[in-house]
Design a protein around this ligand. Structure first.
Ligand code: PA5
Length: 465
């Protein structure tokens, strides 16, 4: 089992006059208790009207799912997800995951963090017998959809028999009515029904709420498997429900480890003292820099492309949860060193409104990847010959933090012990808990996203819907 994530704000705290105040520590304690009490309140079904929506179900969900597996074995949700994932692995070579926002970004984060960027180009054995993975329904983009449909149709025609040319789809929408996802699903459903009429019911798996159009469609279509997104867990808090767990299982990921990581983080949040609690410490530092120094822009600085999609998932979580009543910090994910050559100038010398948090994958990359020696040294790199890329990256990380510190620009570090399912489960839960606690500090209900409705209404009206 991996260690717990650690958080190191010492470098940032040098620039916070007086450090974390006693009053903030006591407000955090109150917020911790209130966030945990929300779970009980939500379970009683007697949430006062002014506290709705109340989607605190994500807090104890990982523990509940692990307990369900311990007591019900092969009838448990974990087992059903695992067997459906295995079935999709065997029956299809391409898997399209359709969803948007909270019904998409978590799985994308896991896929990019835990799989090679060239995963879809590997042969089946190198993919661990898992299907190639594609994401759709997260935009309205005819170029993307056309080229994916063409690719999948071509594969079906080239391999008319067996799993090699087959496409499966997991369509995810809690409301069941999100237009982007619904429209893309129609197209992918058509493709599957036309190319594989005998197995289309096996190849399409809806993941949806208890009610809505997708639920009705699933019931009418008689699909072999349909999974439910539980009430009381909002979209952007749903990565560890079937929303993320089913595609993760179909991609050969260890979903028990994901849940165990999240459960371990919840337990740490509940029981660790405030000064050793990564959730409370991270929240305290972010909140203090915003409220005392007006640092309303939060840069999540990911070192390595594998973590970019985790950052984009967090961008959504923070924006939709706290961007209300003209409050809430603005999140921005960067990938370094790439973005040092684009946004870096603004972060180094621009407006002093930014707290930078480095998201660091614990272990160095492949040490055997080293700068080669060459007979022609016109680029003068022979002096670096034999240096691992990881050492060059470390020089960049240290050099960047030093440059920020020299100009009194605060940075803190979230250190991941390694990059695996257990650690990602921890990280998701840490950031979700922190967002909820910060909502309590701000007096903002972190659940619901009323502001997103405005564009949807106008879009539907423009289409005469
Ligand atoms: O956090 C949220 O609730 C949203 O981002 C939703 O996940 C997103 O709008 C997609 O909604 P649905 O799953 O209903 O299609």
């Amino acid at each position: 089992m991996s260690q717990l994530i650690s958080y190191h704000p010492e470098s940032a705290l040098r620039f916070l006059p007086g450090g974390i105040s006693d009053s903030l520590v006591s407000a955090l304690e109150t917020a911790r208790v209130a966030s945990l009490n929300d779970v009980d309140l939500w379970q009683t079904d007697r949430v006062p009207a002014d506290q709705l929506p109340m989607d605190a179900g994500f807090i104890q969900w990982p523990e509940e799912l692990l307990a369900d597996r311990a007591s019900r074995g092969s009838d448990s949700l974990i087992s059903r997800l695992t067997s459906c994932g295995k079935r999709l692995q065997e029956q299809a070579d391409s898997l399209v995951v359709l969803g948007i926002g909270g019904s998409y970004m978590g799985m994308r984060a896991m896929f990019e963090a835990l799989r090679s960027p060239w995963f879809n180009e590997f042969d089946r054995a190198a993919r661990g017998n898992c299907p190639r993975l594609y994401f759709e329904g997260w935009n309205v983009d005819s170029d993307n959809q056309r080229s994916l449909l063409d690719l999948l149709n071509r594969r079906a025609q080239l391999h008319p028999d067996g799993a090699e040319g087959k496409t499966a789809a997991i369509v995810i929408s809690k409301s069941g009515g999100t237009l982007e996802t619904a429209v893309a699903f129609r197209m992918v459903r058509d493709l599957i029904e036309k190319n594989f009429p005998d197995s289309s019911r096996d190849l399409i798996v809806p993941v949806t709420g208890l009610q809505g159009r997708l639920r009705a469609l699933a019931e009418a279509s008689g699909y072999t498997d349909t999974f439910t997104i539980p009430d009381g867990i909002g979209g952007r808090f749903s990565v560890l429900t079937p929303v993320g767990l089913l595609p993760a299982a179909a991609s050969g990921m260890d979903i028990t480890a994901l849940l165990q990581g999240a459960a371990d983080m919840t337990e740490h949040f509940r029981s660790a003292p405030a000064d050793a609690n990564v959730v409370l410490q991270f929240t305290a530092v972010c909140h203090a820099f915003e409220s005392q120094l007006g640092m309303t822009t939060r840069i999540l600085s990911t070192w390595g492309s594998r973590l970019e999609a985790v950052g984009l998932w967090y961008d959504q979580l923070l924006s939709e949860s706290l961007g209300k009543h003209e409050l809430g910090a603005t999140p921005l994910t960067v990938v370094n060193t790439r973005d040092l050559h684009s946004r870096g100038q603004q972060h180094q010398e621009g407006r002093r409104d930014k707290l930078i948090t480095n998201l660091l994958p614990g272990r160095p990359g492949d040490e055997s990847l080293q700068v080669p020696q060459h007979d022609h040294d016109h680029d003068q790199l022979n002096r670096l010959a034999g240096t691992p890329l990881s050492a060059i990256l470390k020089a960049a990380i240290d050099g960047t933090n030093q440059a920020y510190a020299d100009d009194s620009r605060p940075t803190a570090d979230i250190c991941l012990p390694e990059l695996n399912e257990h650690v990602l489960g921890q990280l998701f839960q840490m950031l979700m808990l922190s967002t909820v606690v910060e909502g309590r500090l701000l007096g903002t209900n972190p659940y619901g996203q009323p502001g997103v409705e405005a564009y949807k209404k106008n879009m539907q009206a423009n289409l005469g819907l």
